[in-house]
Write a protein that binds this ligand. Sequence first.
Ligand code: GRF
Length: 210
Amino acid sequence: MSVPTPRPARLVVLVSGGGSNLAALLEATRDPGYGAQVIAVGADREGTGGVDLAKAAGLATFVERLGDHASREEWDAALTAQVAAHEPDLVVSAGFLKLCGPRFLERFGGRYINTHNALLPAFPGIHGPRDALAYGVRLAGATLFFVDAGVDTGAIVAQVAVPVLDDDDVATLTERIKVAERAQLVEQVGRLAREGWRIEGRRVMVGPAR
Ligand code: GRF
């Protein structure tokens, strides 16, 4: 459970790629009424557009590469420490292509969200749009959820549907999903930050308890 704070919520954003979701969040946080600020951006690899964006915005950045550690446990501990140093209210995985370990989840479980480019529980994993297209679904989309120990299995905050068009290929569908996904991420992170949330079983309730 989390309650809204009088100050803007502190976000740490984790990326592995271009960072278009991060860019959308940075844009939204320019409005003081949004209720959240990106404090730091971390990556699991060098050379991500996301970290470049963060540096250009004058934000703190860090990179923790799995290959630089003797074990996954060690990497998990190092990533946890990096994120914890920024005292986030909410950690946002925005295209972060690593599964965080037990230490990370122990520390940030219940305040670590991920955006996935499929309508979960269908098509988990890294090929959501490709798998949805191959299956022949008429509605694809994106899911925002609190990360748990499974692969794309956590409690769902929000979902947005994106119709599959007859002439879609993986690239066009992926791109249309990303547009809807970014808007959803921005809207929902703002809501979580301003209103607080609680997780009851698999259900996420945004806003004060009634
Ligand atoms: C998102 O579509 C996310 O669902 C997927 O990777 C994409 C991240 O894109 N896992 P970006 O780095 O935010 O542009």
